[in-house]
Design a protein around this ligand. Structure first.
Ligand code: SF4
Ligand code: SF4
Length: 302
């Protein structure tokens, strides 16, 4: 198969996972033609390919041009990583103006000659072109990417309804302490016990599975949602990560939702760190549910 890897605006972390697969990476490049992959080859033009792994998001016009070209030249296009699938961390930029971001990054008064004009609102790549499969993760876990590639290269694009991080989290329920909202900076969770039930903001119940619940069950850190919202969270009547999480926390902590909400100052980073750009959560995507169902079915929309 002819396989290419293309990055739009991104940190390059998703394609780095390919390199870190070590043994499988050599099998992957040994068994397939890789005519375009900027981290491997000095090849300027994207040729026609069977499968294209696309990471990153559209931040400016050049990204859009490359995305459109990618769609024209790839038989199957895969959105690789949470940025491509849900907008990812770059979606938080929608909270700031372009000028403010430039000042924060380069300092007061800095003039950036020829800086590209940014998009007004960040969106996942399937808001612009049809996508044949989605593999979220920030970055996608190595074993998940490997399994995905093995199937995709044998001609099947994997798609399935996802379960949640909680379904693979090995923690147990603690007795309810009802201590209210707790933060890692000022409070140490009890190991092996559910973090949400201890009063921490854990996005596991609304985040898609696939990471083996690494953060809560291996490191005792609440899930931040880096695999993106689970399917249920994207479908009506939910589509409300904040409200759903607060409802669960209210039950766990005994603290009223309104009180918790007042204490959680940074709503965007707490609940939407990886998906602020996802239009299904803003209930703005035309044909919302139908679009999601097409996504889950992996059906081509060209
Ligand atoms: S710690 Fe988080 S991911 Fe694990 S069961 Fe509790 S809410 Fe779910
Ligand atoms: S537990 Fe949550 S934040 Fe941690 S790797 Fe899994 S999805 Fe990402």
């Amino acid at each position: 198969m002819r396989v290419a890897v293309l990055s739009l605006s991104s940190c390059l972390g998703c394609q780095y996972v390919l390199l870190s697969m070590e043994e499988y990476f050599y099998t992957f490049i040994g068994e397939n033609a890789i005519p375009y992959a900027p981290f491997l080859l000095d090849q300027k033009e994207l040729p026609e390919v069977d499968l294209l792994l696309l990471e990153g998001t559209v931040r400016h016009g050049d990204d859009f041009r490359r995305l459109r070209e990618a769609r024209q030249k790839a038989d199957k296009l895969v959105a690789l990583g949470t940025c491509a699938c849900f907008g990812g961390v770059p979606g938080l930029a929608d909270l700031l103006t372009e000028e403010r971001m430039m000042r924060m990054r380069y300092g007061e008064g800095a003039v950036i000659e020829g800086a590209p004009q940014g998009v007004k609102r960040l969106l996942p790549v399937d808001a612009y072109v049809s996508v044949d499969a989605f593999l979220p993760g920030c970055p996608p876990p190595e074993d998940l990417l490997q399994g995905f590639l093995k199937l995709a290269l044998s001609g099947t694009l994997p798609s399935r309804l996802g379960a949640t991080v909680c379904s693979e989290c090995g923690v147990t329920s603690p007795p309810r302490t009802r201590e209210g909202l707790r933060r890692l900076l000022s409070s140490v969770p009890e190991a092996g016990k559910c973090l949400l039930e201890q009063g921490f903001i854990c996005m596991g119940p609304l985040t898609r599975d696939g990471c083996n619940a690494l953060c809560p069950s291996s490191y005792g850190v609440p899930c931040g949602g880096c695999r993106g919202p689970c399917d249920e969270a994207l479908l009506p009547p939910f589509q409300d990560l904040k409200g759903e999480t607060l409802r669960r926390m209210e039950r766990a902590t005994g603290e009223r939702k309104e009180v918790l909400e007042r204490e959680i100052k940074d709503t965007a980073h707490s609940f939407f760190r990886y998906c602020l750009a996802e239009p299904l959560l803003r209930r703005r995507r035309p044909g919302g549910t139908a679009t999601l169902l097409r996504r889950l079915g992996g059906e081509g929309r060209r």
